[in-house]
Design a protein around this ligand. Sequence first.
Ligand code: GLC
Ligand code: GLC
Length: 825
Amino acid sequence: MSQNSGGNPYGHFDDENREYVVTRPDTPLPWLNYLGQDEFFGLCTNTAGGYTFWKDAKLRRLTRYRYNNVPYDLGGRYLYVNDGGSVWNPGWKPVKAKTDGYECRHGLGYSVISSVKDGLSVSQTMFVPPGENLELWKVTVKNSSSKPKEVKIYSYQEFCFYEALNDMTNYQRTWSIGEVEVEGGAIYHKTEYRERRNHYTLFGCTGPVTGFDTSRDAFVGIHEGLHEAKVPFAGKASNSKAFGWNPIGSHEVTLHLKPGEELTYAYVLAYVDHDLVGFQGEKFTAPFVINKAVGIDVMKKYSSVAAVDAAFERLRSYWNTNLGNFQVSSPDPHANRMANTWNQYQCMATFNMSRSASMYETGIGRGMGFRDSNQDLLGFVHMIPGRARERILDIAATQLSDGTCYHQYQPLTKKGNADVGGDFYDDHLWLVLSVCSYIKESGDTGILEAPCGYADKAYGAGLEKETLLHHLETSIAYTMAKRGPHGLPLIGHADWNDCLNLNCHSTEPNESFQTAGDVKDSKAESVMIAGLFLYAARELSDLYTFLGSKNDSQRIDTQRRTMLDILETVAWDGEWYTRAYDAEGKVIGSKSNDEGKIFIESQGWAVLGGAGADNGRARKAMESVHKHLYTKNGVVLQQPPYSTYNKAYGEVTSYPPGVKENAGIFSHNNTWIHLGWCLLGEGDRALEYYHSICPSTKESQIDTYRSEPYVYAQMTAGKDAPCFGEAKNSWLTGTAAWTFVVVSQGIFGIQPDFGGLRIDPCIPKAWPGFEVTRKFRGATYHIEVKNPNGVSKGVKTLSVDGKPIRGNVLPVMGKGEHRVEVILG
Ligand code: GLC
Ligand code: GLC
């Protein structure tokens, strides 16, 4: 049954249509979807809240959004319906009138919000067509009453002055710059077009427009809220022309509907950039009159409903193609729907957004993160390898020639953020993982020769650019060179755990935990980076082997061996691996500590890096995780939580016990443990742990969980918090990519490798088997896995198109369909 509510009173999955259906608007938190897939994006909640931007939520925000508003989510793609004086919104907000029916269908790249009241139904489908810099809303209005109706519909979008921070802080300027033009159903927001911009925002309507408003003060009022906006309640547009203050776009559409009559029309919100489209015409057609030629073409293109429908079909097939690269059918409905649809979909969002714009990230803080985006690629490479390639080269170009990296960069400029700087000593190693994962997927070893330079070297015409392979070598060399007194890698500002700030002894609340303080002479070391290094070095060594460079492979192996010996010598605590050494050389994450005795990250990375494999420590470390850190809602980051602020450890001790890095369940790092269980062949544990953080399993406890049940959240409150099980910061988290790795490569065992597709599942013993369709380097493999002996791991026989093959790696077969049979045992 596809419409299984799972005990959730707010909605249910519609697996066949790949939609999440919200059936009550008053969800425990706003439940978000993303519109857009390439460069034009929108955030859209289940009450139509959100905003739109082109490429960069900080520098090119097209519509306005006030974060942390009251209520939480206010402002968005609003339609006000005035049906004979009764005013309501199909998305419930902002008027919140009681309707006779409400539904929001969050689909892949689109949301459909529909409501019905007094025999009138209004449905609004919002999406961004692939490859275009515009958003479409298809609106269908139906009179299902027995009387004719005159209905007025008022759209509402508040324009943003592009640079979002300035827009929300610098009113002495911004309230004097707003400019608009109106022509028929088209509203042109042209603020700053006269000076340094060659772009404007077009908000057009193809319906029967009988009026408009472009001044917020006229439309809403000064002392009124959006829920009591003047114009829709008056039922009369004021045709206001904004001059300064706050320009908005609102069309009045008047519909005369006979009983049973239905009418469909559309809105288009477009980013028109003359430079981008190579427009050669005059900038102005008369003084103060902008050249609207491109905008007029956009309006023409979408003037027919058929064109809008065709664009929607393009979006549908875009997603069918993307998801078609991996589809599974297994005995577990959660794993199926997440792996087949939602998890992959979330991977697109994290690939595009990194940590920039969500309900919890304001789009003006963090742009793309070096470590984050490299990890995001792990769940994305199989979908559109070409885009992954481009991203890898962009990221690599923000590395500095000594091996460190800009920790963050802005997507529009692709320039590193100088305020945050670098010196997070795990950053560069993630590049090795993303590059190897890309090559394993695509076979494109040519990327290693791609010139991408370093951020601190001037490059341009005639100047040498270093290759990507050079960057990988620089990364490995950096970690080997920058080591502390125990021989472990130095930690710098922080490793993956941004809050373990061992070099910033801050007592000043006005400074950043991560960047204040002097890291130069500090000796603080990280066990986690050592584990990550083991993993990265093995990847690079395997890559060299594949390339036939035996010497290079051996050279890297020697370095790996050195690190492994050090880790086993100085980082084993008896029952688990320790976490770090602080600036004074004292251990962290040991039974000898009062708090923070055991951490998750070093267990995960030591095990994944291959430590403890021959001496039993890997299993012991994992069992310690189970004993001390595992809960039914996931694995907490460490135990016991820190109860007081300790400046020698930094931000990790700043959080109340049980949240964020202070013993919260940080889903991202849980996945490394899941992979650890897979490595040890513990399929039942792997699935149990996977379920513990899988949002689809949380429907039965949704009032506690609160976040969207269709995407992973960064964090769930741990057992030490009063709100154990409450999720926060959904959508933009490295969990998306890593859980896709867990489920597709760990549990189902479909592992792209340099020379082919390795099959190595790790499943619960009770599973009779499962099936996967995987597209890989041009071929389509229909893989049937059978488990007649009830094992978790181990491929006994494997055949392709009826022919047995040795080992468990499917050769690269080029185009065509292939049947693969796998027997475990
Ligand atoms: C956040 C950051 C990520 C970091 C993690 C743990 O998710 O985006 O870079 O690794 O927190 O602190
Ligand atoms: C805080 C958060 C951490 C995040 C970091 C980003 O430290 O706790 O999760 O990665 O901010 O700067």
